[in-house]
Ligand binder design. Structure first.
Ligand SMILES: [Zn+2]
Length: 77
């Protein structure tokens, strides 16, 4: 897996785009990047799709088998 990298706005060293603080000089990266919000949106979308898919796949629990009669099901010997 390859991480997206960017340059620090102060020292110019390579750093991860997910990082908001440069690991080398400690400069907070304030440059109008919206990587965090976009990543969060993508993750939320993927989770929503997965949950919807599972919900559609699961059968509706309204068709009960006709052999269910709990009131008259006592075994008598
Ligand atoms: Zn830096």
């Amino acid at each position: 897996m390859k991480f997206e990298t960017t340059k620090c706005i102060r020292c110019g060293c390579d750093m991860l785009m997910a990082d908001t603080v440069c690991p080398t000089c400690g400069k907070v990266q304030t440059g109008g990047r919206q990587t965090g919000a976009r990543t969060m949106l993508a993750v939320a979308l993927a989770a929503a799709v997965l949950i919807t898919f599972n919900w559609l796949k699961s059968p509706a629990p309204q068709a009960s088998p006709p052999t269910a009669h709990p009131s008259a099901n006592l075994p008598s010997g």
